[in-house]
Design a protein around this ligand. Structure first.
Ligand SMILES: [Zn+2]
Length: 273
């Protein structure tokens, strides 16, 4: 067998080394690319639901209750089940969940369990000071809508303090304790006490925690009209000063199953459950 010439051996050696060098840089280079690529952060935010850009409209052939519940199923991961405390709260305060503006953040459940969970939720809100107030904060979309209503006609806050607007868990709890005794919560959970829900919300359940509610001092129909035109409605039966930002015109509320009910001259939009 003929031995390869010295030149051929050199060429082979050179080729071999070239391949090794090429492989080395290819591997190191690609691993560098991987290493320096920004990590795709998947932020899982507790207790937050951000509506998508395309609104969910339930099947209009369904009855009110099913349209509402289908909307809730679309909006929060664990729809409260009948005969639970959560369902009682959904009935009392759940109108908020028809909001579908992508800039509005909704809680992913009807109860925020403590101050920490509340702060965790509120930290992710775009809270904005309402024009002409010292301490009234709302989610920006709701604040803008309220400012618009007040461009039409003056609408005073109920007390003028921050508690009229976005509240802390501690304030929710303080208000609750002011109007209740140590058996009230248990009675609410058992479904034996419902009237209190129109006076004060149990700890961690107020729409005021979510930056989408206002307590107002409304005294005429022009003020009511301005609020309704801008997506604000009375949604908690017998809580006269309390207004909720729903973000839809009045015509649209029925699409989600909400029902109109007039009590002592006040028209409320209530959940159908
Ligand atoms: Zn209120």
């Amino acid at each position: 067998m003929k031995r390869p010439s010295k030149l051929k051996r050199r060429i082979r050696k050179f080729t071999f080394i070239s391949i090794i060098i090429f492989l080395f840089f290819t591997i190191v280079g690609s691993s560098n690319i991987n290493y320096y690529q920004p990590i795709q952060h998947t932020v899982i935010r507790n207790n937050i639901k951000t509506p998508s850009a395309i609104p969910f409209i339930p099947d209009q052939q369904l009855d009110d209750q099913q349209r509402f519940l289908d909307t809730i199923t679309h909006q929060i991961p664990n729809t409260p089940q009948p005969n639970t405390y959560e369902y009682i709260l959904l009935r009392a305060y759940g109108t908020v969940f028809i909001n579908q503006n992508p800039e509005i953040k909704l809680p992913s459940k009807v109860i925020l369990n403590n101050e920490k969970e509340t702060l965790n939720f509120q930290d992710n809100l775009q809270l904005t000071l309402v024009e002409g107030t010292q301490e009234c904060y709302l989610q920006k979309v709701a604040a803008d809508a309220f400012n618009q209503a007040r461009n039409i006609i003056d609408i005073p806050l109920k007390s003028g303090y921050s508690g009229d607007c976005t509240r802390s868990y501690a304030t929710n709890l303080r208000f609750w304790r002011k109007y209740t005794n140590n058996q009230t919560l248990e009675r609410v959970k058992q479904g034996r006490e419902t009237t209190i829900l129109g006076v004060v919300a149990p700890p961690g359940t107020s729409q005021h925690l979510w930056g989408l509610a206002l307590d107002l001092s409304v005294s005429n129909s022009a003020q009511r009209e301005a609020l309704k035109q801008n997506g604000w409605f009375q949604t908690v039966e017998n809580d006269v000063p309390h207004w909720t930002y729903l973000g839809w015109d009045e015509e649209s509320l029925r699409k989600f199953g909400l029902q109109e009910k007039t009590v002592r001259g006040i028209t409320y939009w209530l959940t159908p459950i």
